[in-house]
Design a protein around this ligand. Structure first.
Ligand SMILES: [Zn+2]
Length: 66
């Protein structure tokens, strides 16, 4: 297991420290390093992060247009 400091925050304790599966394989789960909150499967977690990034990106673009 490696530890990553990356968003989103844990809904239980607010920590951004996560335990990421070895090899970052999709069938493993991502856990909060502080309270062991289960963020779900790594591939689902990745998809969530992508959505978040897309959202931020589109908001930034929108700002540029204004
Ligand atoms: Zn937590």
């Amino acid at each position: 297991m490696t530890t990553e400091h990356t968003g989103p925050e844990c809904p239980e304790c607010g920590s951004r420290r996560k335990r990421v599966p070895p090899g970052r394989q999709g069938q493993y789960h991502v856990y909060c390093d502080e309270c062991d909150h289960d963020f779900g499967r790594f591939d689902h977690f990745q998809a969530q992060l992508r959505d978040l990034l897309d959202d931020v990106e589109s908001r930034l673009k929108h700002k540029d247009d204004a």
